[in-house]
Ligand binder design. Structure first.
Ligand SMILES: NC(=O)c1ccc[n+]([C@@H]2O[C@H](COP(=O)([O-])OP(=O)(O)OC[C@H]3O[C@@H](n4cnc5c(N)ncnc54)[C@H](O)[C@@H]3O)[C@@H](O)[C@H]2O)c1
Length: 350
């Protein structure tokens, strides 16, 4: 039996890929998810890949008593990776209280439980959004945290502060915050991937849904930014690389290799791609022409963000291995699979 790891939000996009990576590395995984942005079918997808069905608790981490009961039921949890959160920037502007409640209360309830235990290991999903438009590129971990552009971004900043303050006084908790740049792609088997509910907020699901005919056209928000082709630049990282980074970070915690009991790492490729370059990469690997229009700039979008990954490369000994083409190819394969499933289901009901 491997060490038991709790993965909250383990049926979500990044969580499900991380569950697979953990199982493949010999860990036993327990997932908590309330299915607010995922589906039970993801469990089947994970099991299809690894042939191991993770334990699953359908529960809401906003219920403090339930979180406490969970740790009573599973006293042998050796590490926690906390993905569960609401993540739609626009929705967070419309409904800030939902975001502050879901993203902060869940974190606090987990840390309260971990504080009571002898030796707790904790990994937090943070985001490059904490940097806003950084003054210097590429962005290192010591770049200043800028005023958040949205309640969602603020929950990541406050979340990191809560962990830092807790670790300062609670030495039995060791924690790592991972600041993701722009996760894209899917498992190469296409058994799991990103499942955006409603209109996708991120570029790649919008691209693949447009290419499959689900959306009429893609809007590129602004081509008058001070970048070589005028469109925004992001650091697109394959979710497979991201998943592997969580395993590496967890092992650093379990092996007690940390320099301090709270560390922060950027997770990106270190390379920026413009929106037009991302579209071209997709068109190339999918051999599909994507209908797109140039639209007005979107409020809150920053011009460019890409990671300095030196710290993750040197300290975690982790480096992104997949290219943007690999990521686009896997995202397209996943979209084709979703379409096939939808068609089969439609035919069943006719
Ligand atoms: N995807 C990105 O672009 C991105 C970038 C930076 C950071 N992040 C962070 O990474 C984490 C995972 O993101 P993702 O893209 O996999 O999101 P996701 O929505 O696919 O996964 C989150 C999962 O958490 C679950 N969940 C939400 N609230 C819950 C609650 N109260 N109790 C139990 N389960 C709950 C959802 O059902 C979902 O399955 C989030 O914290 C997100 O903010 C994501």
């Amino acid at each position: 039996m491997g060490k038991k790891i709790l993965v909250t939000g383990g049926l979500g996009f990044i969580g499900s890929h991380t569950v697979v990576a953990l199982q493949e590395r010999g860990f036993d995984v327990v997932i908590i998810d309330n299915l607010s942005n995922s589906s039970l079918e993801v469990l089947g997808g994970i099991t299809k890949i690894t042939k191991i069905s993770p334990e699953f608790e359908n529960m809401d981490l906003r219920e403090k008593e339930a979180v406490s009961a969970f740790f009573d039921k599973y006293p042998d949890i050796e590490g926690v990776i906390h993905f569960a959160a609401s993540k739609a920037v626009g929705e967070s502007v419309e409904n800030p209280l939902l975001y502050y409640e879901n993203n902060l209360n869940t974190l606090i309830y987990l840390l309260q439980q971990l504080k009571e235990r002898e030796n707790s290991k904790f990994i937090f999903s943070s985001s490059c959004t904490v940097y806003g438009q950084a003054d210097e590129l590429p962005i290192t971990e010591s770049a200043p945290v800028k005023k958040a552009e949205s309640p969602y971004g603020n929950t990541k900043q406050i979340g990191e502060e809560i962990i830092a303050d807790t670790c300062k006084v609670t030495k039995n908790i060791s924690a790592i915050s991972l600041r993701y740049f722009n996760p894209i792609g899917a498992h190469p088997s296409a058994n799991i991937g990103e499942l955006p509910i409603g209109t996708p907020q991120n570029l790649v699901p919008f691209i693949t849904q447009t290419a499959i005919g689900k959306r009429e056209k893609l809007s590129v928000f602004g081509n008058d930014y001070p970048t070589p082709d005028g469109t925004c630049i992001r650091d697109y990282i394959h979710v497979m690389d991201l998943a592997r980074a969580h395993v590496v970070a967890l092992e650093r915690l379990l092996d007690e290799e940390q320099e301090t009991n709270y560390e922060v790492f950027n997770l990106g490729t270190g390379k920026g791609n413009s929106v037009l370059e991302a579209i071209k990469a997709f068109e190339k690997v999918s051999e599909t022409k994507l209908p797109y229009v140039i639209a007005a700039r979107r409020e809150g979008d920053i011009t460019a963000a890409y990671a300095d990954t030196t710290k993750a490369n040197e300290v975690l000994k982790w480096k992104a291995e997949y290219s943007i083409d690999d990521a686009m190819e896997s995202a397209w394969k996943w979209q084709l699979k979703l379409k096939k499933k939808e068609t089969e289901e439609k035919n069943k009901t006719v």
